[in-house]
Design a protein around this ligand. Structure first.
Ligand code: SF4
Ligand code: SF4
Length: 136
């Protein structure tokens, strides 16, 4: 992923994260982001700290938010299988790669998506996820 793509992705993630925030927290983050300017390390820290304050409104296994594989596009290279630290993917007996433990998928991770050379991995809309989130 190029630096420009990473920056755009971070901006989109920040925007999506802020859509469901209480106004007070939104104002706090906006000021911190303005102060951080283009310092990506500081911006990531801010997002990480916000993430620590995030709680789910439902148990994880009641939230339909996880990766999907387009089997027509997948070339069974296993990059996603080897990358995912949560064991979301498994190899089936026919060699295909399947999402076998969807609720182990870390919400908003999307780390495997950019690693798939075929663009075969997708996720639900980020905004869907924020219906299931509140902040402490
Ligand atoms: S990284 Fe993409 S192409 Fe490779 S196995 Fe996973 S989904 Fe298929
Ligand atoms: S998004 Fe993260 S946790 Fe979910 S399947 Fe991909 S690498 Fe695993």
């Amino acid at each position: 992923m190029s630096d420009e793509t990473k920056k755009t992705s971070m901006k989109m993630a920040t925007w999506a994260m802020m859509t469901n925030m209480p106004l007070r927290l939104k104002a706090e983050i906006t000021i911190k982001m303005l102060l951080a300017g283009s310092d990506e390390k500081k911006r990531r820290e801010i997002m990480h700290n916000v993430g620590e304050r995030r709680r789910l409104t439902l148990p994880r296994d009641k939230i339909e938010w996880y990766s999907s594989i387009d089997q027509k596009a997948c070339k069974q290279c296993k990059i996603c299988l080897n990358f995912c630290p949560k064991g979301v993917y498994s190899e089936e007996s026919d060699g295909s790669i399947a999402v076998t433990h969807p609720y182990e998928c870390v919400m908003l991770c999307t780390g495997c998506e950019g690693r798939c050379p075929e663009g075969a991995i997708s996720f639900p809309d980020r905004n869907d996820f924020y219906r299931y989130v509140y902040y402490i």
